[in-house]
Design a binder for this molecule. Structure first.
Ligand code: ZN
Length: 465
């Protein structure tokens, strides 16, 4: 039997459960907190039931003494042991790509139309994720919702400067755009797939209204337009930049392009989980599909509004690889107050960094992303940076922050000393600063070639071996 995509899904039923735009915004988006909770409860219990069929959870939960039926509702969520990407890596080892967290066994189960995408995989083989038609379609609907929230409308051209390969970002954007917004995706991919100058020529010729990409790459694109092609990005038709903003400088990017910058949060396993609306006051979590916790990384207790903690995500829709208390290792905080759009669902402020990207330097916790935020505040740099971690003789560790200057004529000595002082003041630890000419870090960060931009180079182990 060869499975057919459209027979694998009851679209009408799915759209009632997870309304695409614009219906979502007159329905689910307006639910009160109690109504939302009532919607989540049965979805959560169904997700738990499915998870017990997945070998990874049977193993992981049984080891913690859990039994099916122990968890009777969302009030019990905190009793479920979380897991992280390290557990998934172990689980993937047995019979890749049919990792036992996916819960589909080709030797046993009826065929389904499946797709496979992966994590970025900076070291070793990337982590596979398999999506069923329903899983994928929910993710596409949510992609459509977030783009609609950020102004995308039928016939708009949306240029997607994300790789179209193994990783999910570009492929998912394309599916969400053409299936659920009526806009037209233009898949230029990374700078290695379509050179940056050509990407800019296309924006101009075809009048792309929105750009999707990593903020560093869109900044690079704006600077290439302005300084190399002598095209003012503000004169181009782009009116929205849709990015994972993190700690990047929104104001500078908006000024460069003369366009709104919208933050969004997602991952390879689940797609978009939260996104800003037009008011840009925190990212609304799509709570009909996700329960998002912000917890203390040590005690696992929930953090109060405004306090930083790590994201645990629980999906409410996935058949292949349901995610139950997946510790994302991303640091954020819950936004206080209400958004002017009237939606009262949980919001998160921004992603401050990855807790596993954090470096402990002479007793101080340092996030490369926080360094980047300080670098980008200094107009004498173009915001590009990479942190190089080394161990010197005697075991003392040092970090050198390499930055690119925005102006070739500037003596680098001035900026290096002043920026090092500023970093010391903000972070409480002395870092070396080394300034290079524009483009001088490209070979280290991969900025113009990949969408997985490197901000931290750890040379501690290679130096000692
Ligand atoms: Zn809002």
């Amino acid at each position: 039997m060869i499975p057919r995509y459209h027979q694998a899904l009851d679209f009408e039923a799915l759209w009632r459960e997870f309304p695409p735009p614009p219906d979502y915004f007159s329905g689910t988006y307006r639910l009160s907190r109690d109504e939302m909770r009532a919607m989540q409860e049965p979805r959560f219990l169904r997700q738990m039931e499915r998870a017990w069929q997945v070998p990874f959870y049977r193993r992981h939960w049984s080891a913690a003494g859990m039994e099916p039926g122990d968890i009777r509702g969302l009030d019990d969520l905190a009793r479920i042991p979380p897991f992280s990407v390290h557990d998934m890596r172990e689980s993937a080892g047995n019979d890749p790509p049919w990792a036992d967290y996916i819960g589909i066994d080709p030797a046993e189960h009826a065929p389904l139309p499946l797709i496979l995408q992966t994590s970025g995989g900076t070291t070793g083989l990337p982590r596979p994720m398999i999506f069923t038609p329903r899983d994928r379609e929910v993710m596409n609907i949510i992609t459509g919702r977030r783009l609609y929230m950020q102004g995308v409308r039928p016939f708009d051209l949306v240029q997607v400067a994300l790789s179209m390969g193994l990783t999910n970002g570009g492929v998912l954007a394309r599916e969400g755009i053409w299936k659920y917004t009526g806009a037209v995706p233009v898949m230029t991919g990374s700078g290695a797939q379509t050179p940056t100058r050509r990407q800019i020529e296309l924006i101009k010729a075809w009048k792309a209204k929105f750009l999707i990409g990593f903020p560093a790459y869109l900044r690079h694109m704006g600077l290439v337009a302005r300084d190399e092609l002598k095209l003012d990005p503000r004169e181009l038709p782009v009116k929205g930049l849709i990015v994972h903003l993190g700690t990047d400088d929104r104001v500078a990017l908006e000024a460069l392009w003369g366009a709104d910058v919208y933050d969004t949060y997602g991952c390879n396993e689940c797609g978009t989980m939260a996104a800003e609306c037009g008011h840009k006051s925190g990212m609304h979590v799509f709570e009909d599909a996700f329960v998002l916790e912000v917890n203390d990384p040590e005690t696992l207790q929930p953090r109060s509004e405004g306090e930083r903690g790590v994201v645990f995500i629980t999906t409410l829709f996935k058949y292949a690889a349901p995610m139950i208390r997946y510790n994302m290792n991303d640091v954020t905080s819950v936004t206080a107050g209400e958004c002017a759009c009237g939606c009262v669902h949980r919001r998160i402020t921004k992603i401050f960094g990855r807790s596993d990207n954090m470096v402990k330097l002479r007793g101080v916790n340092v996030f490369p992303e926080a360094i980047g935020a300080i670098v980008s505040e200094d107009a004498r740099t173009n915001g590009e940076y990479v942190c190089v971690l080394e161990s010197a003789e005697g075991g003392r560790e040092s970090m050198t922050v390499m930055v690119e200057t925005s102006d070739q004529s500037m003596p680098p000595g001035v900026i290096e000393g002043e920026l090092a002082d500023r970093l010391k003041e903000a972070l409480g630890v002395r870092l070396e600063v080394q300034a290079v000419a524009r483009g001088g870090l490209d070979h280290l960060t991969g900025l113009s070639q990949t969408s997985k931009i490197k901000r931290l180079i750890d040379r501690r182990h290679s130096a000692s071996s």
